[in-house]
Ligand binder design. Sequence first.
Ligand code: ADP
Length: 246
Amino acid sequence: MNDTILKCEDIMVEFDGFKAVQGMSLTLKRGELRFLIGPNGAGKTTMLDAICGKVRPSGGKVIFKGTIDVTRKKEHQIAEMGIGRKFQAPSIFPTLTVEENLEISVRQDRGVLATLFARMKPEQRERIDAGLAMIGLQDKGSWRAGSLSHGEKQWLEIGMMLLQEPEILLLDEPVAGMTDRETEKTGALLQTIAKDRSIVVVEHDMEFVRNFASKVTVMHEGKLLTEGTMEQVQQDDRVTEVYLGQ
Ligand code: ADP
């Protein structure tokens, strides 16, 4: 599968007249794991916010699956349509078990909050088990989420997102604060997820990007600076300049 799932055209985002994103375009294909990099303040997080509806662009368009214009939609509508967003701090329920956290996602997905107290259907149980295995926490389903390591909490949150079945995942620095081993596992997890979903990762950890990126988009001052493989991007003098100029 190689068709376009997301097309952001000429996105503009202003905060009190300050142009945080000024004419940024980004095209994402199905099954792509894309890294969005650039110096601090380049507008990367704001770009993710514009895609998921957390901020409203003052210009440009976000087109999902070729025809669906999500530019003016509300954040929850965009999430329901299949664009999931993960922020830096994990938003898990620490006093619930790992399984219970995943259960909440499965049931929200069905839009039946009232069933929280009902028996789980076998199909839901299977989805939770598959989710646990995917994030590598199959032996920790009964652990309190709050007692997991930092990396495990991040995986749990990714698992919660996955159970809502997004077609696109937007992740903001998913490996920040992780050990080397956790970072490796996260890269492998993202590659597995990207087999049938698309992912955009905002990332500062260049070693992580080098190890796992097939395509990298570089932003600078709210705009696209360049795009390509990590090798191509690293050889671009403009990229070195903007990073050195930080
Ligand atoms: P990056 O993720 O590349 O570090 P950001 O998207 O976080 O960059 O920020 C881009 C610019 O927009 C920065 O100069 C930042 O200070 C500014 N900015 C981000 N969010 C807000 C906000 N809510 N209000 C005002 N300025 C903001």
